[in-house]
Write a protein that binds this ligand. Sequence first.
Ligand code: ADP
Length: 735
Amino acid sequence: MRITGWLPGLWLIVVLLQPTLATAGEIQEISIGVLAFRGEAQAQRRWQSTADYLNEEIPGYEFEIRPLSAEDMRSAVAQNELHFVLTNPGHYVELEAAYGVTRIVTLKNLLRGEPQTRFGAVIFTRADNRAIRDLEDLRGHSFMAVGPHAFGGFLMAWRELRAAGIEPERHLGELEFAGFPQDDIVYAVRDGRVAAGTVRTGVLESLAAQGLVRLDDFRVLAPRHTEGFPFLHSTRLYPEWPLARTRKASDSLAEEVAVTLMTMVPSQRAALNGSYAGWTVPQDYNTVHALYRDLQVGPYAVRPTFNATAARYSHWVLAGVLLLLGLVALALYLRRLKLQLAHAQGFLDEETANRERMSRELHKLSQALRQTADSVMITSAGGEILYVNPAFEQITGYSSEEVIGLTPAVLRSGEHDEEFYRHMWHTILGGKPFHGEFVNRRKDGTLVHVDKTITPITNADGSIDCFVATGTDVTEIRLAEQDRRRHRDDMAHVTRVGMMGEMASSIAHELNQPLAAIANYAQGCVRRLSSREYKVGQIIAALENINQQSKRSGEIIRRLRSFVSKGESKRSRADINQIVQNAASLAYFEARKKGIILRINFGTRLPPIHADVIQIEQVVLNLIRNAIDAMAKNLWNKRELRIHTWSDGRQVVVAVWDTGHGLLPEDQRRLFDPFFTTKQHGMGMGLSISRSIVEAHGGSLSASNNSDQGATFRFTLPVMRDEDEDNEVTYEHAS
Ligand code: ADP
């Protein structure tokens, strides 16, 4: 009875809940990829309210913002992960060409409080720069932009420069990329750190409105006037950022999103938080296509035609045909040879027998040779000298009368002989010949290096009769080696200092930042203290900041000093990851300035090496700098440098990978030759020195082209062995 009363109640609850459950189940997640050019957090902050607005206005969907880099957005679209993309016009046309994304609305941006659906770039110099009055005058002068792919921050200006006959890489003195915020470019021009620069429209006016610069301080190059556009600009204007749908978004959803966004009013929270005025019908992006066409980049990159490819590789085709003909001729020749070989087999057997006989004679001869080495000394089993030949006298400067009857230890000139001799006799008594090098002082005071073997001569019963010591004077060889080593160290030092000289300006630029920050904090403290209205906590915080910034600049200077110091070449136990880290931190500023992404993949738990740390740092830095140089002409192609360290247990390996111009086949053989360079101001010593440093450490350095683009330089170093620590000891002994 109770059960029958309870069941219909449950059934009613389930039926009543059903529509709610169904709606909850149908909520569909919609991803909007947003170009995060100033970092993920900033993009999330700016666009989250727009997603919230769509969530409120369009039920049944959950819109979420995904901040992405340009490259990540491309792969997310390729993998069909996004429904919408919000990106700059340049990136949009690339995605449109590659994946068919379609714009549905264009952003009404707010430029100093006014809604704008177009924007451009301004190219400017200092007002008092007399040398630069027009775009053509930029030839030979330094120029700063945001990044090689920045649409408003570089590509727009590049188009106008090209129209004025200036190719940035070829004709500008130096092209520097400062990244975001664009304000830095304005300050760099104002402070005379670069001759000219380019930024998006509105940046100059906004800094001027905040009182940070004065517009009168700048001269706009090739200024334009466009009806209804009140901002300084030197380039054509282009439509603002579009919101585009991908194939993943349905027509009805795209329509709903477009309508909802177009009806947004400027006072909406989404618009206020996103600093924009609303959205309008999609603009015409043909002007953006025209820019890419003019620059021949992105979707309009020039692909080599079949004829051009054929012409380029014609010598390889010819070489292939010749090789084939050669192979056919070789095959015919080999057939004939085979027949002849069969006949010659008999002669060969006889020849083999002859060779065996000869090798036995050779062995006997080599025994005899040992007896006639430069110096020969015979000692008794107790170590007393029984005989020395004239060569011995010549090398050591001691006559036979002086040394016969003595033990070799008496003649020593070094200080640590006793222990060494004990060790030596022990080795000999162990029955093995002893081989070592001895440094002896002649009577005239000069040093002589003797490469000596001491062999025990045994009696028939196995007891030791006497020792025969044979040696060769290797003084000349050792002196030459020492000379070579010193020369290599000197050259390494000179090139190291040179390398730093080239990087000095970017490092000095970097030092400016902590120094400027210190000055700012210090001024702040002075202001607060003199006004007498301050909290101790604020002053302490400022002082702590000063302390931190001065530590930062101190660290940069310390690393620089140790890098250029001359110091004796000395090896110690070292960690390759630390070495790579040090070198990369010195090169980091230069890489950033050139718009290069630097990624380091450190191998874990790598065994230690035994190395001269500064010299290996020099090798790494040289490879990094070469990679940076090789990417300098990549205006469009991505600039990426990857460093990877790993170990196979016997050696550690460092690979430096780039997306530069790669190595020409004819240059590959000569890369490591001294003075080989393909750079206008190159010395051609970097790789040659690097290879000799690596080889002196028992490793090797090699280079190869990557399968798609750029080159990889790889070097190996043996891992540290137990005996490495004592290897440096030189024995100084008498013969
Ligand atoms: P320099 O840098 O003064 O030219 P190097 O000995 O360091 O002297 O380099 C010699 C040459 O090797 C360079 O001029 C360049 O042609 C080539 N090279 C070196 N590294 C690379 C690289 N990563 N990609 C392409 N070419 C390179």
